[in-house]
Every structure is written in C-alpha cells, then in structure tokens.
Design a protein around this ligand. Structure first.
Ligand code: 9PG
Length: 500
C-alpha cells in the first residue's frame, strides 16, 4: 500500500506492507517489503555488513560499491553470500542515505529474518528472507537516527551490560603456536599489568570441531585456566562451536548432525585453515546436547570469558532437520549457549551475524582481523582482508553499535619488534580502540622495550572520555582526532595522528 512518510517538510512516498505508526523518533513500519521514493538523487549510502568481518561504510550510489568482490569463497565466509549484490548498493539489516541538508534517512530492521537494505538514486528499499521484523524509519542527524534505531532494536532484543575490561589475546603474537609452557611464561610475565582477561585463542584444540585439549596442553585445560587465574587474570578461551572441519570427530562420525546441501551431504559453509568446513545443525536435539557438553566442560575448566568465533556458520543458508528461518535458528542456538553458561560468563562474538547477536552476546568484533602491517598486499581492494587499516575502517563505521553491545575493534600493538607498523600507525590503532572503548593487545611483555611496556601499562590503565564531533572525528580526553582521511583513503596514517 502507498503512504506518505512525513519528516518536517520532507515528504517521502512509500510503498509499505502495512500502516506505519509514528513514534517520537521516527516511524515503525510493519514487516514486509518496503520502498521509499527519495528525492536526493545520487548520494551517499551506508551499507552494513552481515557478520563481524563483513565490510560496512558509506559509498556514493553512483560510485563503487562496498563489499567483497570476485571471491565466492571469501564472500561465503565473510558476508551474506546468499543476498549480496556485489555491483548494486545493498547491505544487511540497516542502511541510510544522506540528504542535501546533512541529515540522513535510515531504514533499519527491528529483528531477525535476514533483512536487507539497498539504495539507488531514486529508491531506498528494504526486504527480508522472512518477514519477521518491523522496520524503523527516521530522518535526522546521522548520530541521532542511528542511536534511535539501536534503542528501538535493543528494546526488542535486549542489551547486556557486562564489561570485558582490558584483554590480552594470544592470537596476534603466537597464532596457533601456543602450548602450556608458553602460556604459563607469558601470563607470568604479564602479571601485575593492568589487564583483566588473558584469552587463549585458536591452537589449544586438536582440530576445529573437537573441543578438548591437544597434545601441547598435556596437563589439560583446567591446569592452564588455573595458571592464568594464579597470575591474576580472568581465564578466556577461543572456540568455534558451530562449525567443524572435515577431519574432526563430529564431522567424520556424525555427518547427519551437520547442515546439509540439497543432495543430503554436508554443506560447505566457509573456508579457513586451508580447508572447507561444515556447520552444525543446531535444530537437532543431539546438537543442542553436544553444545551443552562443550560449554559445561569449558566453563568447568575455569574459563569465564569465551570468544565464540565463526558463529555465522550457525546462520548460513542450508538444509536443517527443522526448516526454520536461519537467523531464528542462530538466535535459538546462542540463547541455548547463554542458558548453559549463565549470566556471569562474558561472551565475545566473532564472525557473528551482528543483529541476531544483540542481547545475548556481551561484546562483538566489528571488523576483520588486524595485522602487524597497514595494508593487505595480497588482497588489495578486499576490505575484509587482514590488516590494520581494514580493521580500523570497519570499526569506525560501526561505532554506532556501542549501544547494542561492547564493540571490539580487535587487538592493538605496542611492540616495534616483529611488526611493520610505524609509530603513527600504532597510534591510530590505539585511538580507534579508545574510541570504541574496548582495549586489547596480543603483545607478550617479553617482546616489548622498557618504554613500550610503560606505554602498554599506561594505555590499559586509562579510561578516556570520548566525544564524537563528526562522522569520523572525535575528542579523546579533549584531544581532537580526525580519522576521516584514513577512512576515505585520502591520507596515510601520518595525517590522522596530527592533533587538529
Ligand atoms: C583464529 C582466528 C582469530 C581471529 C578471528 C578468526 O574471513 N575469514 O576468512 C576469516 C578467517 C579467519 C579469521 C577471520 C576471518 O580469524 O577473527 O581473531 O581468533 O579466527 O583462527
């Protein structure tokens, strides 16, 4: 049906599925396809990526789209492959276009159903795989409409309040080369530093899918959790509980527990570790029981901060025992995990579908992996590729999500050793993490100079007052930082570290 949405003197003809209702901050439009006929012509469009690693940001409707191009494998892993339109402007769940007066017109889904929002010079449209969620539509200052959208969303999906504090993670220094002796030494070197969580990343398990200690942890994971706790830290552990590599026990012995393709074989749902991998069919009771076992085990070992990775695998398109909307299946699975671990365990989502994770996860990664180098020379033009710049740009385009959960921009570096980052690039990483209010590092104290150790301690001790003064401009404890030149690619990191 046709309706006119009124925003002051701006009248927007809209094709909607039902009667819109006016709220103090905008309109609520019933679930179903939506098309707003806007008068802005070619303008800037904000596209939002589906999962933690998916590209987000502003691009002109008459310019190049933001997204993963020409790589079906990357797309399957790092965005919503089923709905992505690489050469038309669209994104997941929320989108916005800029009006000539500096205000933006936003459309955002208020729930699940794999919603999609896109735009061109004439239309801002929205539709979903399953019409489960109403839409929020608003026109106003950018920060206001995004804040109003998040408030309406968390009214429906909830908002957790636990804070992680400061985090040390093993990934960006040791990668999979961790063992119990190295962990003990690294934790004891870090003792006394203002770090709250010591999080073991990938490398402790025999294979992704089998969540037991591998041969590098002969004393078992409880012993390692104890070692971490004795050094004064909250023990944290990485898991990818919703996926399994082909050689894992679960994939070999129980392929019937995996999401299937149309021929009834396990479906490839992503690529990493030099392999394809599969997803667990969480609609099956046996899978729910398996997840209960896994999460009772790891929390019983003493880990109370869990980084749950590759979680989008639980929301992928495919055949499951019960034919339910895939984001609903995902949310049921994470709610089940939350019920098993209880409220006091901190859950950090990584590779999570962003909107369906609201209210269950305490924090979520909001960009691709950082790296100890600025740009990704292997994957030029892929904003989901590993690297400091990609991670910064993605994170700065998702600062509005702070109102939904803690937003993790990924680790920052203090070390000059074993890194290609210069001082100004490290400073931009630090500023970004300060702005997102989530501070983590992977630097082992043993790799740092005396001066760098002091910087780590000072940085982790600091709580900054953050004021946003522009789309990518902030005051951090009164110090003005404009990161726009970095996001738009118009400057190297040097320009941004200038105090303006
Ligand atoms: C452990 C790592 C670290 C890291 C995570 C995740 O898009 N991708 O193909 C992709 C692959 C791996 C990846 C991120 C993205 O890394 O983000 O922090 O925990 O797993 O294996």
């Amino acid at each position: 049906m046709l309706h006119t949405l009124e925003f002051g003197s701006l009248l927007i003809p809209a094709n909607v599925a039902g009667q819109p209702s006016h709220t103090p901050t905008g309109y609520i439009v019933p679930a179903g396809a939506l098309a707003l006929l806007h008068p802005f012509g070619d303008t800037e469009f904000y596209r939002h990526g589906w999962n933690s690693w998916s590209p987000s940001g502003w691009a002109r409707t008459d310019g190049v789209t933001i997204g993963i191009k020409d790589s079906p494998r990357r797309l399957l892993t790092a965005d919503d492959a089923a709905n992505e339109t690489p050469h038309a402007h669209s994104g997941s769940a929320v989108g916005a276009i800029a009006g000539p007066d500096g205000n933006v017109l936003l459309v955002g889904a208020l729930g699940l159903g794999t919603p999609r929002v896109g735009a061109d010079a004439n239309v801002l449209w929205a539709r979903s795989e399953h019409d489960l969620a109403e839409w929020f539509v608003a026109y106003g200052p950018e920060q206001t409409v995004f804040a109003d959208y998040t408030d309406a969303l968390s009214e429906r999906l909830g908002r957790r309040t636990q804070r992680a504090g400061t985090v040390w993670s093993s990934w960006y220094s040791f990668f999979e080369d961790i063992d119990e002796e190295l962990v003990a030494r690294t934790a004891s070197d870090l003792a006394g530093y203002p770090v709250d969580v010591f999080q073991l990343d990938d490398g402790w398990e025999p294979i992704v899918g089998d969540w037991t200690a591998n041969a590098k942890f002969p004393s078992g994971m409880r012993a390692t959790a104890d070692t971490i706790a004795r050094a004064g830290f909250r023990p944290g552990l990485w898991l990818a509980p919703l996926i399994a590599l082909p050689d894992s026990t679960i994939a070999r012995e129980r392929p019937d527990l995996l999401v299937q393709d149309a021929d009834g074989r396990p479906l490839t749902t992503g690529y990493n570790w030099g392999s394809h991998y599969y997803s667990l069919d969480t609609t099956q009771d046996e899978v729910k029981d398996h997840l209960r076992d896994v999460f009772e085990r790891v929390t019983d070992w003493g880990f109370s901060y869990l980084k749950l990775d590759f979680m989008y695998g639980g929301a992928i398109t495919g055949h499951r025992r019960e034919d339910l909307p895939r984001e609903t299946v995902y949310r049921d699975a994470i709610q089940h995990i939350r019920n098993v671990v209880g409220d006091s365990v901190y859950l950090l989502g990584c590779g999570v579908p962003m909107i369906p994770s609201v209210g269950v996860f305490d924090g979520a990664r909001v960009g691709p992996d950082v790296g100890a180098f600025w740009d990704n020379a292997e994957r030029v033009g892929d904003p989901s590729g590993v690297g400091a710049r990609n991670s910064i740009v993605a994170s700065l385009n998702r600062t509005w999500m702070k109102r939904l959960y803690e937003v993790d921009p990924d680790a920052i570096y203090f070390r000059s050793a074993r890194s290609l980052l210069d001082d100004s690039e490290r400073q931009v990483l630090r500023d970004t993490a300060a702005i997102l209010e989530f501070r983590s590092t992977s630097d082992p104290v043993a790799w740092l100079t005396e001066a760098e150790r002091r910087e780590l301690a000072d940085y982790m001790n600091e709580t900054a007052v953050i004021e946003q003064t522009g789309r990518y401009a902030y005051r951090i404890n009164g110090r003005a930082v404009d990161l726009a030149p970095i996001v738009t690619g118009e400057a190297s990191s040097e320009a941004a570290s200038l105090v303006v």
